[in-house]
Design a protein around this ligand. Structure first.
Ligand code: 5GP
Ligand code: ZN
Length: 110
């Protein structure tokens, strides 16, 4: 079982900030901004490409969660990111949407 499947299964004391039928959210272990939340599908998919093919409604659920969390965190602006593939910086191969906020962000991203 991958690390995010284990978190989803409740194997750790991870606090869930949001949960619905399809997704759940928790804080990143190594936050890159004052708010850094990971929103994941409950089912295992390697990345957002696979998720989009097999569970497109879950992609919408990820963004609905991001919108609600941005509001509950009081974020004025925020950034949402999917890293897809090691060359794009993906290190955990269970699809996840990063929600980052609480500081300014540069563009283009590194
Ligand atoms: P990626 O690099 O795949 O886009 O993002 C993976 C993220 O998962 C990283 O920001 C990393 O800090 C976070 N992460 C890795 N392992 C754990 C963990 O066990 N718990 C939590 N909360 N975050 C994790
Ligand atoms: Zn998984």
């Amino acid at each position: 079982m991958c690390i995010f499947c284990k978190i989803a299964a409740g194997e750790f004391t991870t606090e869930f900030l949001y949960e619905d039928e399809f997704v759940l959210a928790f804080r990143d272990l190594e936050p890159q901004a004052p708010t850094h939340i990971l929103i994941i599908p409950k089912n295992h998919f390697e990345n957002v490409e696979a998720l989009s093919k097999f569970e497109p409604l879950t992609v919408a659920a990820l963004f609905r969660a991001a919108t609600e969390l941005a509001e509950s965190e009081g974020l004025v602006g925020h950034r949402t990111v999917f890293n897809t593939g090691a060359s794009a910086g993906q290190s955990v191969f269970h699809a996840h949407l990063h929600l980052l906020g609480g500081r300014p962000f540069a563009w283009p991203p590194g």
